[in-house]
Design a protein around this ligand. Structure first.
Ligand code: NOJ
Ligand code: CA
Length: 543
């Protein structure tokens, strides 16, 4: 008999996102660093995560904290150096943890030597690495495109009287992916890091990298356009999701396939339409994983989450593997946004994240139920809070330092040092939760362990089960059931027979369920069911 196809490692994995500036400081400057990640490998190994995604570690002037790269082949000096990366990859590997880096192919810093060269003269060798355009004959901007960070996407370069394109900050000029030299350079960058043992990349703004070659005007919004599409105030049909972008990802995937195990690509695809997200998987020849922002932005209700997960299952089918994430460095943390700090709801959300069909990505601090931290105006660091004052809260509240201990410095930095962003509630620290069996941290860890042991949870198919209003119940594989009560009243879920494996109220772990599962307000449970479910209840098989 033919060998069954090997399951790629990332399907069984739980990935943990680290914002390195905020994880662990080792030299007392108030900024986290890569040596800090190394120092905390014991914790990460205890938590049970399989891979770390580090937001950009490259050299950068930090206009956008690493998303403005000035050298793709080296490390930001505040974070460490190449030697530290090598040691981290090696030491993490010994703990069974892989390292995923962030790559920014859409734009560079305006201080990158490529751009310095490009803007030096109209005929400079690297001019065409970026997107330049003349003003219209009447002096107007080359087109009507809007930047995701406010204002037009065009910045005038006074010395050459041409505009350059920037879909983010003016100091983040967009690269020109129509130029084959750019593609060749990024192949080299990929191989440079893969050769060092990096397991994969999270690709920044993966759907915007190729722009319309004719730079045509984007059409106006329609009343029916969904929320993420509306953000620019226009329909980004010529600046996003261009068909040619898929050629870039096919080419990158081919580079990933040069390595064993094959390297991983995870796309940041901030899109409402899940069919369009599904296209970034290609025919298993583009990105292996893509973030699911309709899930991130769904309301925390049974109906909204059930709907988005069912729509994902329907759009992806059995062949594409979803990603489930609820917090990241750009959005309010889920314990605040979804749960308003309610510990019961935070536990239920973790239980959901770790039991859906797909790869969960946790954001550092999710396991503690870390909430957003209000940042005083004089300490705001995110350029967006300065660029869009009053309009946007900025992204600092979700980027504050990890809480390791309940003491000055929080175990993050030396007690005398004020960290780059303020600390949150030290009552949530690792130290205060680690030995408490009822804590959010222990719940998260136990769910990760359960997932490791359960082939249903790792690989089983997904099917929605009947449940009363306000409850979302689903099965995984043939014998695992998850029920989540989003309501404020106790409910009885009929036709559930089996044993509770883990409940968000830990006192219920191990309880026998004789036929009716009672769930308290904001309570969730994973059960080993006595009833054998068959795949025919599976959503995509029903279609
Ligand atoms: C998405 C990143 O997650 C965000 O932090 C960054 O500002 C933009 N892309 C621009 O690179
Ligand atoms: Ca430091």
């Amino acid at each position: 008999m033919a060998e069954p196809p090997a399951i790629p490692w990332w399907r069984d994995a739980v990935v943990y996102q680290i914002y390195p500036r905020s994880f662990q400081d080792t030299n007392g400057d108030g900024v986290g660093d890569l040596a800090g990640v190394l120092r905390r490998l014991d914790y990460l190994s205890w938590l049970g995560v399989d891979a770390l995604w580090l937001t950009p570690i490259n050299e950068s002037p930090d206009d956008d904290f690493g998303y403005d790269v000035s050298n793709y082949y080296d490390v930001h000096p505040a974070l460490g150096d190449l030697g530290t990366v090598d040691r981290l990859i090696e030491a993490a590997g010994r703990c069974g943890i892989r390292i995923i880096l962030d790559i920014v192919p859409n734009h560079t810093s305006d201080r990158h030597l490529w751009f310095v060269e490009a803007r030096a003269a109209r005929d400079s060798a690297q001019r065409n690495w970026y997107v330049w355009a003349d003003p219209k004959p009447d002096g107007a901007l080359p087109n009507n495109w809007r930047s995701a960070f406010g204002g037009p996407t065009w910045e005038l370069d006074p010395s050459s009287c041409q505009y350059y394109l920037h879909q983010f900050l003016p100091s983040q000029p967009d690269l020109n992916w129509w130029n084959p030299e750019v593609g060749d350079e990024f192949d080299r960058i990929l191989r440079f890091w893969f050769d060092r043992g990096v397991a994969g990349f999270r690709i920044d703004t993966a759907n915007k990298v190729v722009k319309d070659a004719l730079l045509r005007d984007n059409p106006p919004l329609r009343p029916t356009d969904p929320p993420m599409e509306r953000r620019l105030g226009q329909r980004p049909v010529w600046s996003s999701n261009r068909p040619e972008v898929h050629e870039v990802w096919r080419r990158w995937r081919a580079v990933c396939r040069e390595y064993d195990p094959e390297r991983l690509l995870v796309g940041e695809t901030v899109l409402d339409d899940l069919e369009t997200v599904a296209r970034y998987y290609g025919d298993d020849d583009e990105l292996q994983l893509n973030f699911n922002f309709p899930f991130v932005f769904a309301d925390f209700t049974a109906g909204a989450l059930r709907d988005v997960v069912q729509r994902t299952e329907a759009a992806f089918g059995p062949g594409r593997w979803p990603v489930w994430t609820a917090s990241n460095h750009d959005v309010s943390r889920f314990p605040t946004r979804w749960c308003r700090g309610d510990r019961r709801r935070i536990g239920m959300a973790l239980l959901m994240l770790l039991t859906l069909r797909g790869t969960p990505f946790l954001y550092y601090g999710d396991e503690l139920g870390m909430t957003d931290v209000p940042v005083p105006t004089d300490r705001l660091a995110d350029p967006l809070s300065h660029r869009l004052p009053g309009l946007f809260r900025g992204r600092d509240p979700e980027r504050t330092p990890m809480l390791w201990r309940s003491e000055p410095g929080a175990g993050f930095t030396v007690p005398s040092m004020e960290p780059w962003l303020p600390f949150g509630n030290s009552g949530l620290s690792v130290e205060s939760q680690r030995n408490d069996p009822a804590s959010t941290l222990r719940l998260c860890r136990d769910l990760i362990m359960l997932r490791r042991e359960s082939s249903d949870l790792r690989a089983g198919d997904f099917g929605v089960l009947d449940a009363p209003d306000g409850v979302w119940a689903y099965r995984r594989g043939s014998s695992t059931v998850v029920a989540l009560n989003f309501g404020d009243e106790e409910v009885a879920v009929p036709d559930v027979r089996g044993r509770v494996l883990i409940a968000s109220n830990r006192e219920r772990d191990g309880a026998e369920v004789p036929g009716v599962l009672r769930l308290g307000p904001a309570e969730g449970a994973v059960l080993l069911s006595d009833s054998a479910y068959s795949g025919c209840q599976n959503l995509y098989e029903l279609r």
